[in-house]
Design a protein around this ligand. Sequence first.
Ligand code: PXP
Length: 248
Amino acid sequence: MSKLCVNIDHVATLRQARMTIEPDPIFAAAEAIMGGADGITLHIREDRRHMQDSDLFRLRKSIQVPLNLELAATPEMLKLAIKALPDMVMVVPEGRNEITTEGGLDILGDTDRLHEFVQKLAAQQLPVSAFIDADSSQIEAANKCGFDVCEIHTGPYAEAVLENNFSLDHPNVVTEREHVRTAVAHVLRLGMKCNAGHGLTHVNVRGIASIPGISELHIGHSIVSKSIFIGMRQSVAQMKRTIEEASP
Ligand code: PXP
């Protein structure tokens, strides 16, 4: 069964809407862990629109499951990662005007810079993950760059589910799921670890959780959204149950 890493950025999004102290992402992480989260993820964005550096250091001190730090490959973020020493660094592309991460990294188009970035993290024994589209040339490039993990972008699959009345059997959904499945197998063949995420929900997660070989699913928005109504602990527990039921 794939592990579940819960991204709690949107708890901080709500806090930052008022620039105040609640809701506190540290409490959200504790509740998520009590609901069964196997890891906690936060994204420190260049504009600090949700998580703040202080959240990272407080989480580092307070949680006892792996902490994943998502960031863009910039000198500022490199320094922050080396200072905080998370359990895994997840490199994502970052556009200033995007609402959320919009696509995978273009490793092929930025090989030298990313290779150097990964090497600097590797020197601190930090495992590094590349968030990439289900694309064989990007997977090959991630391997050459020295990434330990590929996280396959499940956004296109999630979009296909939304566009087709939540049917997991619609041919377009099946095609997108197949792209993810093929990509996972490719990542594993090259000896890297494979994770997946983005846009996964309590409804569509079954199609991805049933793919063999995915170590971790990284899920945020849907879990935080449902937590407003049923609580974080229950929202995570429900997601875990669905993953378990669907697992190969
Ligand atoms: N994985 C990566 C690399 C992401 O950037 C995000 C969004 O922050 C997620 C997973 C989680 O996506 P979602 O919030 O849509 O579940």
